[in-house]
Ligand binder design. Structure first.
Ligand SMILES: NC(=O)c1ccc[n+]([C@@H]2O[C@H](COP(=O)([O-])OP(=O)(O)OC[C@H]3O[C@@H](n4cnc5c(N)ncnc54)[C@H](O)[C@@H]3O)[C@@H](O)[C@H]2O)c1
Length: 381
């Protein structure tokens, strides 16, 4: 019989403890413990995928800790209490059971302290603060993976989130990106994802094992920067695609925007990191993620509304009204990319990326996304 929830909150849980399965219990010291840092829409789905696997794979402890940025729900209850009582993230993934072995924890340090596998999945703007809080608090030898799309732009140049995690916490960090609209994976519709790793194939394979299910097919490639930049930059293209939808320009125009966006994604990635491989753009993290995000994601949806309002309501306003606490990544990524382009004198090489930023800040009207001009030759090549 599964333990009660109170016992899950008191101590690390092993749902198989005490069962007659000596093969599972003899090797506990070598089992990996997983913590998911983040509990939004994708964070909750990631916890569900992982929790299914940790119950079924002998090399992992059953329990999956999930760090929750604490919120008080309209009912007056804490989000962590509701998740632990109902096994559901009622705010960010309502209607989906996460797995009884997922334990929500609002204490960041406590959530990570025993983990040797750390899954980071928060909106990117919070990661710098989270990393600062975690310095010196991570178990020695821990491995990390980032599911986060976005970058930080610093004086010395752009910093990918996996590099931020690696440099601040002194741990190796892989990435997982792909055509992964969280709500579709939550209801177990088939999809694919790509793990990007730097050197250690064995670690990458462990991540593949931890995430793979019959409906979530994961493969690994040796190109961290390529995978992460694909996942990050496609959100900027999705804003452009949403603008085109809002302007009711039709499918040909949208396909043109997606093609130009993909070309800029590849050029930008290779200029920043010459090691990025062309083949990465044909993986799930590349063209497949671009397609799904331009057809169905939240960036597309909010940009569509922005264009329909003639740019009269800000993205911040629309995000607050339309996403109920979920975060839009494309607008902030466009700003960060614009900062890099301006700093390096590359603005003219990337007319789509720079136009998205100028539209989102109100400097250009939404219709500029489909205009040819001498200054912004989006359709010239
Ligand atoms: N949702 C998707 O379909 C999807 C798919 C793939 C990748 N991603 C990426 O996953 C990452 C996480 O997105 P998500 O969809 O899980 O989140 P979300 O946008 O659904 O939710 C926002 C999360 O941020 C938390 N939060 C709010 N203020 C905070 C603060 N000050 N500090 C820390 N956390 C705070 C909220 O509690 C909530 O958990 C993003 O980088 C996103 O691009 C999302």
């Amino acid at each position: 019989m599964a333990p009660t929830f109170e016992s899950q909150q008191m101590a690390p849980l092993d749902l198989h403890a005490g069962r007659e399965n000596p093969a599972r219990n003899s090797n506990d010291g070598h089992k990996s413990r997983v913590t998911v840092v983040g509990s939004g829409n994708w964070g909750s789905v990631a916890a569900k995928l992982i929790a299914f696997n940790t119950l079924n794979l002998p090399s992992f402890h059953d329990e999956v800790r999930m760090w929750v940025f604490q919120e008080i729900l309209p009912s007056g209850e804490k989000l962590t209490d509701v998740i632990n009582r109902t096994n559901e993230n009622v705010k960010y993934l309502p209607g989906i059971k996460l797995g009884k072995n997922v334990v929500a924890d609002a204490d960041l340090e406590n959530a990570v302290k025993d983990a040797n596998m750390l899954v980071f999945v928060t909106p990117h703007q919070f990661m710098e603060g989270i990393c600062k809080r975690l310095v010196g608090k991570i178990k020695e030898g821990a491995e990390a993976i980032s599911l986060i799309k976005g970058m930080e732009v610093k004086m010395e140049g752009p910093c990918m989130i996996s590099s931020l995690i690696s440099s601040q916490l002194k741990i190796n960090c892989c990435v997982l990106m792909g055509a992964n609209i969280a709500n579709e994976i939550a209801v177990e519709k088939l999809s694919e994802a790509t793990v990007g790793y730097r050197e250690n194939r064995e670690t990458a394979e462990k991540w593949v094992q931890l995430f793979s299910t019959p409906y979530f097919m994961v493969s690994a490639i040796q190109d961290v920067e390529g995978v992460e930049l694909c996942g990050t930059l496609k959100n900027v293209v999705a804003i452009a695609a949403g603008l085109v939808d809002g302007l009711e320009m039709g499918n040909n125009t949208k396909a043109a925007i997606m093609r130009i966006g993909l070309r800029e994604m590849k050029a930008f990635s290779k200029l920043l990191f010459p090691s990025v491989k062309d083949s990465t753009f044909f993986e799930s993290c590349g063209v497949a993620d671009l397609i799904t995000t331009c057809l169905g994601g939240r960036n597309r949806k909010v940009a569509d509304a922005f264009a329909r309002n003639g740019g009269q309501r800000s993205f911040d306003d629309l995000e607050a009204e339309m996403l109920q606490g979920q975060k839009l990544q494309g607008v902030s990524t466009a700003r960060e990319v614009y900062g890099v382009l301006r700093h390096r004198g590359w603005l003219e090489l990337f007319p789509l990326f720079s136009t998205v930023h100028e539209i989102s800040t109100g400097r250009l009207p939404p219709s500029a996304i489909v205009k040819y001009s001498e200054q912004k030759p989006i359709f010239s090549r």
